[in-house]
Design a protein around this ligand. Sequence first.
Ligand code: DQA
Length: 147
Amino acid sequence: RRLLLLNGPNLNLLGVREPGIYGSATLADVERIAADAAAAYGYETRAVQSNHEGVLLDAIHDAREDCGGIVVNAGAYTHTSVALRDALTGVALPFAEVHISDVYAREEFRHFSYLTDVAAVHVVGEGVDGYATAVRRLIALLEGQAD
Ligand code: DQA
């Protein structure tokens, strides 16, 4: 009953980074929002943030040991990384793709995601509360409930 919460490049800058787009909440706030949402269902989260693609891949591989699913905001790697997609499909853990901003209302290059067609849950444009939505929907799926 554990989820990996994975945040990719530049998400360590939440709170100071383009607040008009991403808001004022920090990465610590995001990690708390996800942990609280999970705790309500008796789950815990392991939070990893990295600006390095390989570290994200290693964290996904490690999740096989002790996690039932993954909540991932891959940041810009969403739009570029076949390797990240392959890691997620490789470990075969159900995962939720989260984006704080509404990527479809932004630049064209953000409209395509390497993750969306293989994601079990997809949450965009809900701000940092989207992490709680993603946790809830992923747990509902893991517990075999429709949501
Ligand atoms: C993001 C959207 C991506 O396009 C961007 O590169 C990010 C953050 C989001 O949460 O809205 O780093 O994933």
